[in-house]
Design a binder for this molecule. Sequence first.
Ligand SMILES: O=P(O)(O)OC[C@H]1O[C@](O)(CO)[C@@H](O)[C@@H]1O
Ligand SMILES: [Fe+2]
Length: 200
Amino acid sequence: MAAAYSGADIMTNPLSPFTVYFSLNNGLSNTRPSLKRYLSQMKGMYADDEALDQLMQGSDPLVYEFHELGIPESDGNLAFGTSIVYPGKVGNEFYMTKGHFHTILDTAEVYYCIGGKGLMLMENPEGQCDVQEFTPGKAVYVPGRYAHRSINTGDEPLITFYVFRADAGHDYGTIETKGYRNIVVEQNKEVVLLDNPKWK
Ligand SMILES: O=P(O)(O)OC[C@H]1O[C@](O)(CO)[C@@H](O)[C@@H]1O
Ligand SMILES: [Fe+2]
């Protein structure tokens, strides 16, 4: 019989085999805490600053949460977890993650959609942009060099499971200063990709 699971095992390197449960209904783990990002942490990232300020009056909605398991950041390990982007809009722009490049730029990532509906918005430093659709069962491959942002275009939580090389790192600075070239908004009940008026 294998040794009983101990939570501490996963911090050792090399790792011992382990299992984590993520609910297929809401994406959350019953044993691992999630990291939460609230609208106040997304200031300046949406095109309509006024709409954000209005939404923030007396509240600070949860935009998304995700599980990071603390896997040691070495090139032989894989970081994985679930990400849940809640439905909502700032003005007419859909709720989304901050988005990031990987610090080791040429490292890829895979996202598998478990629930909800949305888009993966990508762009590389050369200015090539791409958008892929998330619906349950679809796996989206984010190649190296592409910044990636998950966007919920539906009425239910957008739940994805992600895997990437554990030492890839997160570069948020570039997106925070330059923004994305595109934004995703609702126009006449359609989901539309527009140029980002704030892009620098
Ligand atoms: O890191 P961001 O852009 O805030 O988005 C969070 C998601 O991206 C990841 O960093 C994976 O790339 C996850 O930890 C999380 O699901
Ligand atoms: Fe990533």
